[in-house]
Design a protein around this ligand. Structure first.
Ligand code: 5GP
Length: 193
């Protein structure tokens, strides 16, 4: 999506350790017009899919996913990071290793918000090594829900997540795919899509 690539070129900051900071419009301060444009594009890409629920993980996926949920007219459910144990069996649980925070989180989704009747579109802001997506897929699988597809704002194509998820047979649409980025001169190259 050209508008997103242009915005990343102007406002994205390439950090050491393969981290792209987009907190002036996506991850801290949020530009609602950019979110709206992204949501419209996800709706166009998945117009043919019978989506009943959008699934993401807190915190930075929520804003994007909420715009997408509004376009499809369906609820958004976000996986919550938690310390509490699943004593009464009322939640699906999985573990996700955070790329940016270098630690592992237990995450949960309440069983009453996701079930076998659901057709899910998974949305997240970034795709790096794919741990967040693997966790969300695991949650949807536990629910017996159908995964219609995955929508990512920024995929870092030089990390392995995209390839792993596509090889598993999932439909994965990324609005911008970074082919390479250089922390020394700030240069960002996007994959032609
Ligand atoms: P993965 O689980 O695919 O390794 O990483 C994806 C998650 O880590 C995303 O949910 C996102 O929050 C965070 N993340 C990974 N790489 C980046 C990055 O370059 N920039 C930002 N802002 N977040 C990232």
């Amino acid at each position: 999506m050209k508008a997103l690539e242009d915005r990343i070129r102007t406002d994205g900051i390439v950090k050491a350790g393969n981290v792209l900071k987009v907190d002036s419009f996506l991850n801290h301060q949020i530009d609602p017009f950019m979110l709206e444009t992204m949501a419209t594009e996800f709706k166009r890409l998945y117009a043919d899919a019978p989506i009943t629920k959008i699934l993401t993980i807190e915190a930075s996926g929520i804003a994007i996913a909420c715009g997408v949920a509004a376009k499809f007219g369906v609820p958004l459910v976000f996986a919550k990071k938690t310390q509490s144990v699943n004593i009464d069996g009322s939640v699906y649980t999985t573990q996700i290793e955070s790329f940016t925070h270098k630690r592992t989180y237990d995450v949960i989704v309440a069983k009453r918000f996701l079930g076998p009747e659901d057709h899910v579109l998974i949305i997240d802001d970034f795709l790096a090594n794919g741990c967040a997506l693997e966790g969300l897929i695991h949650i949807a699988e536990q629910a017996g829900a159908t995964i219609e597809g995955i929508g990512i704002a920024v995929e870092k194509g030089f990390q392995r997540g995209g390839q792993i998820i596509r090889e598993r047979g999932y439909r994965l649409e990324s609005l911008a795919i970074v082919e390479s980025m250089d922390a020394d001169n700030g240069e960002i190259v996007f994959r032609e899509q």
